[in-house]
Structures are given as C-alpha cells and as structure tokens.
Design a protein around this ligand. Structure first.
Ligand code: EPU
Length: 413
C-alpha cells in the first residue's frame, strides 16, 4: 500500500482532529478493571484500536462499536493474551496492570523491540514485582502471578506505559500506594481521570507523584478520549511545510505547548480554546536545537514531523532524539533521497535545509511515515510513500483528510 503525492500545493482550510490513539489504548487497557460498561466516546477508528478491541474480545470481553463510540463490558474469561493478536500492537501491554490487579494473573507476549527502538518493559515488571507479584520471563512471554499489594514505587524513568499499568494495578488493591516519577503526558492524566470516574481514589493527578488508595471494586463510566495532539501537530506541519494557511479544530492547544512554541516564533500562529490557526508565508531559518523528552518537553512523536520541516527550510536545525534510539536514522536516509542534507551521529541529526524533490520513500513506523508524507507534500514533483500500513495504525484516512486541505495525495493498493 502506498501514497502517491504530487508536492507543491499550498494547503488551505479547516480540519478537525479526532481522539488520541495513545489515550484510547490506555483507557481500553483499564476496562479489564470492571465487568461494568465502560463507554468511550471520540474513540478513533484506527487499526491499533481495532486490534486492541480484538484482543479484549479474544480474552472474553463484550465489545460494541458504533462510529467513534466504543462500549466494553463483561468479565475476562481468559488471562492469557493470544500471541497472534497481542503482538500486532505494543499497546496490548496496557492490559497488564489491570488484569493482574483484578484476576491475580496474566500471560502476555512481551512486545519486544520495534523499528523505533528496543522498548524494554523492565519498569512495568519491576513495579509489579515491588508490589509482590511473581513475574516470570520465559522467552518472549511474561507470566505474572499473585494479586499486587500496595507499595511505594519510584519509576527509574517516567515511562508512559509503565505509569499507566502501575496506576491500574494500584487502583484495585487494599491499601495506599505512592507512585513517584510518574509520566504526566495528557494521555496518562486522562487515564487517571477515567479511574476516578470508575471509583478509584487518586490524589496528585497530573503530577509526578500520584497517591492511590486502593478500592475493592471499580464500576462503569463514560469518558471522552482526548484529542490527538500528534495528529493536530501533523496537520499543522503539513500546512506550514507547504507555506499554507489553515485552522486545526477540535484539538487542545494546552497539550501542545512545546510544539506550538516552536511554530509561534517562526509563523503567524493563533490559539483558541479548541482551535489553532497558522499561516506560513516563508520558510524560517532553521528550527534551532530540539531535544526530545517526556511531557511537557518536546515529544518524541513530533520529532519526525519537525525533521521534515527542517529538511525543507533554510539554515540549520539539530534534533537530539533521547527516547527511541532508531527513530532518527531511517527518516534521515529517506529524506536525503529527496535532496535533503541530513547527517546523523548517535542520537543527533544535523539538518541543513534544502529544496526537496519527489522520490520513492518507505515508511517504517507510524510517526516517521507521517513525517515523510509532509516532506512529500512540500517537495517539487511526485513522491511515492510506501509502508502506508504503518501510518494507518494511528491516522484515520490521512490522505483523504489532507486532500480536503488541497493536497494532491491519493492512496494506492
Ligand atoms: N522504557 C524502558 N523501560 C520500560 C519502559 C520504557 O527503558 O519499562 C524506555 C523506552 O525504551 C523509551 C522510554 O522509556 O526509551 C519512553 O518509553 P515509554 O514507556 O514512555 O513509551 P511507551 O509507553 O512505550 C508511549 C506511546 C508512544 C510514545 C511514547 C513516548 C502508547 C501506546 N505509546 O509509548 O507512542 O512515543 O509513549 O511518549 O501510548 C506512537 O504513537 O507512535 C508511539 C510510539
């Protein structure tokens, strides 16, 4: 599957953002904490969500999906996550904490490394061990046995997934747990809010230290998945890269401060409650030095978008990717095929802006793929972007949506 992109059209107009993949996956992971109905609105219709729902169904949950509303209820009938489904997405690991807390056991295939990095799960598992769970790693499987006990635990790194799993584990056990050095990404905060709606007792929501007073049972709740800040940044980048003008709607500018600061100092940007307007009349002189780090600092998921912007502007940009070791090199190589001037040493890419031309490109991961589409839209001539199946994991009809802004992009099987 590929996109055929004829670059050079200035994108113009308005486009709305849908619910965040990484929020939906965390909330779906928490549905195992109760047999009551969890109703999620604004749940994106993307492949990762479909696969997460398939996993829950395979383990016994009842799922109804109507447009962007998803209802999950019922008990798990198996605590063994089938490998064929669980390995389709890394988000499958987000059922770990809740399943152990509610059922006292789980067998889960370890997601292993992927094209963006090695992605270990030591923090998730060490946290559970600290809570008294017996963790057995056998080849590419992990088995956990025993209900967790309340404990205080400091994450050695503010991992998003580990914070989410440990919050779920602590929510449904006897006693008080204190989790320190928690991730504070908006998707983590949304999970904390859902847990409270389900009857969990949490304090310190949205901070690095969360205190959880475990309860015996959690109940059903209805919750809106938060807007996808990475999708919003993708649309804004596409507008800017093509020197266009437009408004990205139904997003939350407060969740995108680091990225918006970068744009604001270079383009005409106006933020409203749920909308962001941007107008770009000329490419800037580089984007300075960017270092990726946990929220609220510059997100790794927006790094490949900015690499494409930097590749087609004037002057120099330096990007230091500190979270996922393989996230830079592949896109740098692809962009260089378009005439970009990017060199990578270790975790740092140095990008000297050039005029880009069309080329045959291959997406190897979701966000990197979106970055390549942006570069193709800004380039002169035609590009073919292969590996669209990676992009589809996290974007709803990206080509169609960009077309509504005037992009010449079509999907080809
Ligand atoms: N890490 C460890 N040990 C662990 C867990 C993480 O060393 O036990 C390391 C990772 O290797 C990485 C860093 O900690 O270097 C950050 O990883 P984190 O656990 O925070 O990431 P994640 O939970 O695996 C989520 C998103 C990613 C996003 C990152 C960072 C989901 C399903 N995925 O992954 O999203 O890049 O947080 O914000 O929530 C994407 O959407 O394309 C994507 C990759």
């Amino acid at each position: 599957m590929e996109y055929i992109v004829n670059g050079g059209n200035k994108l113009k107009g308005e486009i709305a953002v849908y619910g965040a993949k990484n929020c939906a996956l965390a909330l779906l992971g928490a549905t195992v904490l109760t047999s009551d109905e969890i109703v999620l609105n604004n749940c994106p219709e993307i492949i990762d969500v479909t696969n997460m729902l398939k996993l829950l169904v395979a383990m016994g949950k009842k799922v109804e999906r109507c447009g962007d509303t998803v209802i999950v209820k019922g008990e798990l009938t198996s605590t063994c996550a089938p490998k064929a489904i669980a390995t389709l997405l890394r988000g499958s690991a987000l059922i770990l904490g809740g399943t152990v807390a509610r059922y006292g056991q789980i067998a889960l295939p370890l997601p292993g490394g992927c094209s963006i990095g090695s992605r270990p799960m030591d923090i998730h598992l060490n946290g559970l061990e600290k809570m008294g769970v017996c963790v057995l790693r056998e080849g590419d499987m992990v088995s956990c046995k025993g209900k967790p006990r309340a404990a205080d635990y400091t994450l050695r790194f503010a991992s998003v997934g580990a914070t989410e799993n440990l919050l779920c584990a602590c929510a449904l056990i006897n006693g008080r747990s204190v989790l320190s050095n928690c991730a504070v990404e908006p998707e983590v905060v949304a999970l904390e809010q859902l847990l409270v709606k389900m009857g969990a007792k949490l304090s310190g929501i949205g901070t690095n230290t969360v205190t959880i007073d475990g309860v015996k049972t959690l109940h059903g709740a209805t919750f809106d998945v938060i807007p996808d800040r990475i999708v919003a940044a993708t649309y804004l980048s596409a507008i800017v890269a093509t020197l266009g003008e437009g408004t990205v709607k139904k997003c939350n500018p407060k969740h995108m401060q680091a990225f918006l600061q970068l744009l604001k100092s270079r383009f005409d940007v106006k933020t409203y409650d749920e909308n962001i307007y941007v107008k770009a009349t000329a490419h800037p002189y580089g984007y300075g030095k960017i270092v990726t780090a946990p929220y609220p600092l510059f997100p790794t998921d927006m790094q490949s978008l900015v690499m494409s912007l930097a590749a087609c502007c004037h002057g120099q940009t330096e990007i230091d990717e500190r979270l996922f070791e393989n996230r830079l090199a592949h896109n740098a190589e692809q962009l260089n095929k378009m005439g970009a001037n990017i060199s990578v040493r270790g975790s740092v890419a140095t990008i000297n802006g050039e005029k880009l031309h069309g080329a045959g490109l291959l997406a190897k991961d979701l966000r990197g793929g979106a970055g390549l589409v942006i570069a193709a839209l800004s380039a002169e001539g035609q590009s073919i972007v292969g590996g669209v199946e990676h992009i589809d994991r996290g974007y709803v009809t990206l080509a169609e949506n960009l077309s509504t802004l005037g992009a010449d992009i079509r999907f080809c099987i």
